[in-house]
Design a protein around this ligand. Structure first.
Ligand SMILES: Cc1ncc(COP(=O)(O)O)c(C=O)c1O
Length: 379
């Protein structure tokens, strides 16, 4: 966590009082929550009343997909289509699949190009044919695996023509690229604390004023009645502090870490035969580098690197012990076997040139060993 976010968390943890209570301690806790709301809104070009605090990104994504669908469908029974890009995080994809299975939704996966960027022409075609049946569009601001920035202004411009609301999962974008909710024209936007140096378990959905959202979680009626549950003043104060300082420090972070990332990419491509950079060369998150190393399992690479002191991610979940290629890479048209050797490197505030050098020192040998082990047989 960012030191200032830790400091605020520790200071506020001793506080007692439910922010919804009317007594003195409750009102003091409420003040902390509302100041946090103002701080977070100011950092992201939103109004304080547009901030709905949640327990993280997954919850905000679920609220956006399900809440928007139900609100729109209730008003117009024809609106059954949920349009999401094929490279969304599971926090968007899975609620959309769930709605198709349990709530009569029709799921439309929008295709991407070979860099993982949404094909706006496909969205335009889809809307031209089915806008009247469309409940919502959800396209992420930036992809969490291959770092591709998505053409959101085109998405918003198209959606506006038909009055279809747009949600963007901006979990990866906040603190890495400029994010201004008001200027974006989006109807809803997800962010989370643990990607910006804040605590885990704190997030928010920014929801445009007047946007109808059916609650997913029912109870005490907190957060405009849309997200019930007692608010944690300490966690939210720390979250807002982290967002604010990540946004303040964004430009410096992006240029310093972006340069380090470029060094990493050039170094990997030069030293590992058969390494392929996935995602766009420019138009990607500054802290993200993603490669496939054909002929081996990403999991083997991950474990070998881990034992050499380098922590990386395959980006795809291992289901029941069987490695599965990432849906993001498959949507980009990457061959299934090639996609199994995927590895993502994420840099952060504490990354320094010696970290990149340490990776480059071990990676060629690691890939060689993983290739010697080969691919697991999947029946
Ligand atoms: C793009 C994206 N969306 C959603 C999430 C989920 O957020 P959380 O872990 O706060 O539930 C993540 C988490 O890594 C993510 O990368």
């Amino acid at each position: 966590m960012a030191p200032e976010a830790t400091r605020v968390l520790v200071e506020q943890l001793a506080r007692t009082g439910n922010p919804s209570s009317l007594h003195t301690s409750g009102r003091a806790a409420r003040r902390v929550v509302e100041e946090s709301r103002e701080q977070l809104a100011a950092a992201l070009g939103a109004r304080p009343s547009e901030v709905l605090f949640t327990g993280g990104g997954t919850e905000a994504d679920n609220l956006a997909v399900k809440g928007l669908f139900w609100a729109r469908r209730t008003r117009d029974l024809r609106r059954r289509r949920i349009l999401v890009s094929a490279v969304e995080h599971h926090a968007v994809l899975d609620p959309a699949f769930w709605m198709a299975e349990h709530a009569s939704a029709e799921l439309v996966l929008l295709p991407v190009d070979s860099d993982g960027v949404l094909r706006v022409d496909a969205l335009a075609e889809e809307l031209a044919e089915h806008a009247d049946e469309t409940a919502l569009i959800s396209v992420m601001w930036a992809n969490n695996e291959v770092g591709a920035l998505q053409p959101l202004s085109d998405v918003v411009a198209l959606a506006r023509q038909y009055g279809v609301p747009v949600h963007a999962d901006a979990v990866q974008a906040v603190g890495q690229v400029p994010v201004d909710f008001g200027a974006s024209g989006l109807d809803a936007l997800t962010l989370t604390g643990h990607k910006v140096g804040g605590p885990g378990g704190a997030g928010a959905l920014l929801a445009r004023r007047g946007l109808e959202l059916t609650p997913v979680q029912h109870g005490g009626g907190q957060e405009r009645g849309v997200r019930s549950g007692t608010l944690d003043a300490a966690l939210l104060a720390s979250f807002a502090t982290a967002v604010s300082s990540a946004v303040d420090g964004r430009a410096a972070f992006a240029s310093r870490v972006g340069a380090l990332r470029d060094e990493l990419v050039d170094g990997v491509l030069a030293s590992v035969p058969g390494a392929v950079l996935r995602g766009p060369r420019s138009g990607r998150l500054p802290a993200n580098a993603h490669f496939t190393f054909g002929g081996c399992e990403g999991d083997s690479l991950l474990y070998l690197l881990d034992s050499a002191g380098v922590e990386a991610s395959t980006g795809s979940a291992c289901q029941a012990g069987v490695p599965r290629p990432s849906h993001v890479l498959l949507a980009m048209g990457v061959d299934e076997l090639e996609a199994r050797g995927a590895l993502r490197f994420s840099l952060g505030h504490t990354s320094v040139p010696s970290d990149v050098a340490a990776l480059l020192a071990v990676l060629p040998g690691v890939v060689e060993r993983a290739r010697a082990a080969g691919l697991a047989v999947v029946s």
